[in-house]
Ligand binder design. Sequence first.
Ligand SMILES: *[C@@H]1O[C@H](CO)[C@@H](O)[C@H](O)[C@H]1NC(C)=O
Ligand SMILES: *[C@@H]1O[C@H](CO)[C@@H](O)[C@H](O)[C@H]1NC(C)=O
Length: 215
Amino acid sequence: MILNKNLEPITSMLIISALMLKVFTTIYHVLIITLLVMLDCHTDYAKILKAFYKGTEYQEMIEQAGYVLENSQKLMQDIYDMDQILHQMCSKLFKITKKLKTQEEQREEARVAYDHYRNKLQKMEKTHAKSTEAKKIDVYKRNVEKFNKSKSEFDTENSKLDKLMEQIQIKGEVIIDQICIRFTCEVESKFFIQLNKSFKKLEIIEQQMTEISQY
Ligand SMILES: *[C@@H]1O[C@H](CO)[C@@H](O)[C@H](O)[C@H]1NC(C)=O
Ligand SMILES: *[C@@H]1O[C@H](CO)[C@@H](O)[C@H](O)[C@H]1NC(C)=O
């Protein structure tokens, strides 16, 4: 249990980390959209070429190039899905960080009350607890009750805050995991390898077209 300690730096750090994750996923989102638009332009261009070369000796090759580009677009779906997942996870994380600020304030209020009765009781140990005056003993008892109540309230608020911070940490770790493992290994590398293969295929088609034009 953390007592008398200002938790604001810790919670602020958690919120900043969540924000950074949000910024990262937003950049990622923009990148995905740009790639999607780029591939869309290419497939549109392939359609124009297909119409243009219809009935010529290039027709078959242009059609093949169109298929290659369409396949690349399917690859984008994987990355796009990943983008959606990251976005949803970040939204959930943000909902918790909002709760965190409120909970931090509630804990602070409970801490102030708890500290107040703790100090008061400490002083009363000497003046009231061992007193022979019934009135003083009565006052002491009432303060013990108040102290007990404030202590249990503080414990409750503290454990609520602990749970929220733990949730943020776990959710943040899951997002980082998703970015590092799923995005980098699965999506990014898979995507680039596949795209590289597509470009190789396009190069071969281009070569065939050049050969035809040389006849
Ligand atoms: C206050 O709490 C202590 C233990 O935490 C208990 O022994 C005591 O009876 C409680 N007193 C009152 C007045 O609630
Ligand atoms: C693409 O594949 C070729 C081999 O087919 C390889 O030499 C090249 O490094 C690859 N490029 C990327 C960016 O992976």
